[in-house]
Design a protein around this ligand. Structure first.
Ligand SMILES: Cc1cc2nc3c(=O)[nH]c(=O)nc-3n(C[C@H](O)[C@H](O)[C@H](O)COP(=O)(O)OP(=O)(O)OC[C@H]3O[C@@H](n4cnc5c(N)ncnc54)[C@H](O)[C@@H]3O)c2cc1C
Length: 477
């Protein structure tokens, strides 16, 4: 009888789970599978993890445990260093192989490498599968076989490749009895608490979100995706992050509905799928260039100085006002308050808030990157780094440094009725649209308790251009 381990990492589902399906198939009808998740003890104080994501993780694990139980299995929870815990589990159970889905980020890969070097000499198989992406890091290549550093040609090749169909749900899985397990984790295990309103966790909830989106907003995604006050996007990012749904399931569901849509709806579907491609583009970049986490991708801007605002010699005060949504720029503050309240932010609002930190406050994008990682329920290292470097103007395919979003015109264009602002800033609920959109009110408070704008955007825009120009010409630095 064959006994194998499936190590859950960021793939909390039993439907279309590549490595889990392979584990069940390898064990065979009479074999046993030990599904395990190893919680970390250190995530209570980690710079890049925070309560919203840990809370959602707890929900994912509770739902996964139920789903496994319904098909005859049992989720084993261990706590500590993944490699050591897996080593112990193998010794206790005599399992002969570990199955897992490959993690694209440098930290996940480092653990995989440690485990591999432990198991190889012992003749224990460690089988890593492709699951997180439709196309992994070595699949989407230029004609010369090199990787793309620019999105548009990458996406053309991505769309041209044959797509795998999603696999079925696992019907039966037998876990040996008597294996010790800790209880399902609670947020308090890490000494954390959260008041954020999060989406329901679990693969059924994720499938429901996908179903509602493809049957509804997907047809108008092209026109509505940037309107922050509308529910025009899929809200699937936390589901992809935790593997409650696979990108294959999303692609297949979108394609199925696309056929029945008029031309505009089909264009919208392609636009939506292009966002799934952005996710994979950033993942493959980080795979090939792990130094992106420390450095500006564009070598012109490497080592760039982020001096902060002259009026805020203590830049921690400016950073705090940004984090707390108290900059006096309603659209920026709405983004930061949505983040605090829900752990999720609309994509355009993320861009506006990120550009404000880097191009108006002149603070280092790495500060914002880490704060987003701590706060986002969908915190995905590759997409977050990509989004921050794009906004700072330092990344692959970034907005050129001289394209600096004006928070007032962004509001006019993408939140013209102030719906988004009023949803997240209660002080501004009774303020007229004209006041929300008028930068000339600079210096006056538009509502009691709400600050005046902390800076003059056009002056700081000029300063940004100067800072980048100086970086370009080292003699002037
Ligand atoms: C500064 C900044 C930080 C970001 N940090 C993250 C992050 O930590 N995690 C994260 O998943 N996304 C991040 N994004 C990308 C994007 O904002 C979110 O993926 C999107 O807002 C999620 O909402 P949605 O699921 O409704 O997206 P939809 O518009 O419905 O898109 C569908 C899916 O495509 C992917 N996607 C969409 N836009 C992007 C993008 N620009 N880059 C990469 N993938 C994308 C996501 O997986 C998303 O769920 C960031 C963007 C910026 C500008």
């Amino acid at each position: 009888m064959k006994r194998v381990v499936h190590w859950f990492r960021r793939d909390f589902r039993i439907t279309d789970n590549t490595a889990l399906s392979a584990a069940v198939a390898t064990a065979g009808p009479d074999g046993e599978v030990i599904p395990v998740y190893i919680t970390s003890s250190w995530k209570g104080s980690h710079e890049w993890t925070g309560p919203a994501r840990q809370q959602f993780l707890c929900g994912c694990l509770a739902s996964l445990a139920n789903n496994l139980e319904a098909i005859g299995g049992r989720l084993i929870i261990r706590r500590g260093d993944a490699v050591k815990e897996l080593e112990k589990l193998l010794a206790e159970t005599g399992a002969t192989a570990i199955f897992a889905n490959r993690d694209p980020d440098p930290f996940g890969r480092a653990v995989e490498a440690r485990l591999e070097s432990l198991l190889k000499p012992r003749g224990i198989e460690f089988l890593l599968h492709k699951d997180v992406c439709i196309h992994e890091q070595h699949e989407v290549l230029t004609g010369q076989g090199t990787i793309f550093r620019v999105f548009t040609p990458y996406s053309k090749v991505w769309f041209g490749l044959p797509k795998p169909s999603p696999g079925p749900a696992i019907k039966k899985l037998v876990t040996p009895s008597g294996i010790a397990s800790r209880p399902l984790p609670q947020l308090s295990d890490w000494g954390l608490s959260s008041s954020a309103t999060l989406p329901d966790a679990g693969e059924r909830s994720a499938r429901e979100r996908l179903k509602v989106f493809v049957a509804g907003s997907m047809a108008s995604y092209g026109e509505q995706r940037d309107l922050m006050g509308m529910n025009g996007t899929s809200h699937l990012s936390q589901d992809l992050r935790f593997g409650l749904i696979s990108p294959r399931q999303i692609y297949a569901a979108a394609k199925k509905v696309e056929e029945s849509l008029p031309t505009e709806g089909r264009k919208s579907t392609m636009k939506f799928l292009a966002e799934i491609v952005w996710r994979e583009f950033y993942m493959q970049l980080l795979w090939h260039y792990p130094e992106l986490l420390d450095h500006e991708f564009n070598s012109n801007w490497r080592g760039m100085k982020w001096p902060g605002l002259p009026d805020y010699p203590d830049s921690s005060e400016a950073f705090q006002r940004w984090r707390e949504g108290m900059t006096g720029f309603p659209i920026v503050d709405a983004a930061m308050r949505q983040l605090a309240a829900t752990g999720w932010v609309h994509n355009r609002a993320r861009m506006i808030a990120a550009m404000f930190l880097t191009k108006d406050l002149h603070l280092d994008w790495r500060l914002g990157e880490a704060f987003f990682m701590r706060s986002l329920v969908d915190g995905e290292i590759a997409s977050n780094n990509g989004g921050w470097q794009w906004s700072a103007g330092t990344g692959a395919d970034a907005a050129p440094y001289f394209r600096i979003q004006n928070p007032w015109s962004q509001t006019k264009r993408y939140d013209p009725e102030g719906t988004y602002i009023r949803t997240w800033i209660p002080e501004l609920r009774n303020v007229s649209n004209a006041s929300l959109l008028d930068p000339s009110l600079d210096g006056c408070s538009i509502a009691p308790g709400y600050p005046v704008p902390m800076l003059d955007h056009s002056a700081e825009r000029d300063r940004t251009l100067e800072l980048f120009a100086r970086q370009k010409e080292p003699g002037k630095r």
